[in-house]
Design a binder for this molecule. Structure first.
Ligand code: BV8
Ligand code: ZN
Length: 253
């Protein structure tokens, strides 16, 4: 049961912010970062592969992993959580969407503008000169267990393409980070969906919003610790809880 004060607060909110992590795409079949890796990568943990060092050491292993993930995302569909978030924009005066995810499922659910703090699977660039290739990447055709794939060659230098994501140890795009922090300071309600809150500086966002006076809602099957006032935990899958929240607050979902 969603607490009535939360429904009231969301109904009367002017600035709403949604902050998503891998959990929002879990019901689309996309493994979360916490899930252990499978196939060719099962002996690695994601945090060690998502680094410039891993790419330098074995570009084909890392590029193959991202191509396998990109294929999964292209074959996946947005789920009811993504759709509820897109729907929310139609009910509140102002909605800011910030994602830690590198998939484009939120955009494919109809959200116009998503701030991606950790980049995107769909925007490779040259590891050496940073050039973004003119033509889009071809449709990946990766076997289930994945395979090593040589990264494509840059068109203007002899460098190799790298995924357009932020790796561990790399700085986040400053304009996106500043926009997320500014929105967190201004929002009345922040809905944090499907994140373990372990990766910084993105994980600062919910705390920033709460300290600035916002009401914070965590949507996660693992109900986290709640500070108490102005903070709620909706313990369950986002694909269930978000449509329920939108339905109870605005009558439709
Ligand atoms: C930086 C893109 C510095 C790549 C990602 C010690 C050593 C080294 C570094 C550090 C260190 N201590 C701190 C750091 C900094 C480091 C960091 O925070 N490390 C952590 C691990 C401690 N951060 C960085 O390195 C960042 N850069 O700090 O730069 C710097 C400063 C100045 C100048 C130069 C450099 C860069 C971090 C970005 C890394 N890239 N992604 C890729 O995708 O491959 S992060 C990656 O992990 C994801 O994008 C995501 O952000 C994160 C995983 O978090 P979640 O999204 O929360 O996902 P997770 O799987 O953890 O949790 C899923 C949740 O969903 C769970 O809670 C689960 O219960 C829930 N769930 C499951 N099913 C559902 C659900 N919820 C709802 N519904 C469901 N159905
Ligand atoms: Zn280049």
């Amino acid at each position: 049961m969603i607490p009535a004060p939360l429904i009231e607060t969301l109904r009367s909110a002017r600035n709403v912010m949604v902050f998503t992590g891998a959990g929002v795409s879990a019901e689309s079949g996309i493994p979360t970062f916490r899930d252990s890796l499978t196939g060719l990568w099962e002996r690695f943990d994601a945090a060690s592969l998502a680094t410039p060092e891993a790419f330098r050491a074995d570009p084909a292993l890392v590029w193959g992993w991202y191509e396998w993930r990109r294929m999964n995302v292209l074959q996946a569909q947005p789920n009811p959580a993504h759709r509820a978030i897109a729907e929310l924009a139609r009910h509140v005066p102002r909605l800011t969407l910030v994602s830690q995810n590198v998939d484009d499922l939120q955009e494919r659910a109809g959200s116009a503008e998503v701030i991606h703090l950790h980049g995107s699977l769909h925007q490779p660039r040259c590891f050496t000169c940073g050039k973004i290739p003119e033509e889009p990447l071809s449709m990946p055709d990766e076997p289930e267990g994945g395979r090593r794939v040589q990264p494509p060659q840059c068109a203007v230098c002899d460098g190799q393409l790298r995924p357009g994501v932020v790796w561990f140890g790399e700085s986040l795009p400053l304009d996106q980070l500043n926009a997320a922090f500014a929105a967190a300071e201004l929002c009345d309600v922040l809905i944090s969906v499907g994140t373990s809150g372990l990766v910084y500086p993105a994980a600062e966002v919910p705390g920033l919003a709460w300290r600035a006076g916002a009401t914070v809602v965590h949507v996660n099957p693992q109900a986290g610790t709640s500070h108490g006032e102005r903070e709620y935990a909706l313990a369950g899958p986002a694909g269930e809880k978000l449509p329920e929240l939108i339905q109870q607050a605005f009558g439709r979902s």
